[in-house]
Design a protein around this ligand. Structure first.
Ligand SMILES: [Zn+2]
Length: 188
């Protein structure tokens, strides 16, 4: 479970990612990203490289990968490009965490993901892999991205499923701090 620092980091990261998304037209990132940054698609032999930032601040996407992987790799590089001061410099684990977490928020925003899961609460509790596949299709990502979303957003998701509005899901509002009266916690 992430501590308060990690959650605060995630919230501020998400705010910045949401700003980037607000500049994008609606539609598939593989097409819309071009409005913010030149993007080129070309097959190249990068066994674990889905995309990279090129010299003139454009992004090259490995078109030999499935479109779900292209989409995530493109989003990952966009986060490096827009949020990291020196996108070409060697990166640390923190930068990579931000790029992966930011890409996930760009493609699967929690503001729509949590309500999507809440609408399918029965599937969520009874057949998680089926829900992962369904939402993967809905968001154009791999089931792994959805699985990571489930684990990274576990606390906000639990809060939302317990009735916490989206604006408050990151605050520790859900369980511990909302006593119903006396010593009885409303959500337990
Ligand atoms: Zn990276």
């Amino acid at each position: 479970m992430p501590g308060p620092e990690a959650i605060r980091g995630r919230q501020s990261l998400y705010r910045r990612v949401d700003e980037i998304r607000s500049q994008l037209p609606a539609g598939d990132l593989l097409y819309t990203a071009q409005t913010l940054i030149p993007v080129y698609f070309h097959p190249f032999d990068g066994r674990c490289l889905g995309a990279m930032i090129m010299g003139e601040d454009c992004i090259l996407v490995n078109s030999s990968y499935p479109r779900t992987a292209q989409r995530f790799s493109l989003a990952h590089e966009m986060i490096h490009l827009f949020l990291h001061i020196r996108p070409h410099a060697p990166r640390g684990r923190w930068d990579e965490w931000q790029a992966n977490e930011g890409a996930a928020q760009l493609l699967v925003p929690y503001q729509s993901f949590l309500p999507e899961v809440a609408r399918r609460r029965i599937l969520y509790t009874q057949d998680r892999p089926a829900l992962e596949r369904l939402l993967a299709k809905r968001y154009g990502v791999s089931p792994t991205v959805i699985r990571n979303r489930f684990s990274d957003l576990r606390a906000p998701l639990e809060n939302h499923l317990a009735g916490c509005p989206l604006e408050q899901v990151f605050a520790p509002c859900g369980r511990a701090l909302r006593p119903a009266g006396g010593n009885i916690d409303i959500f337990r």
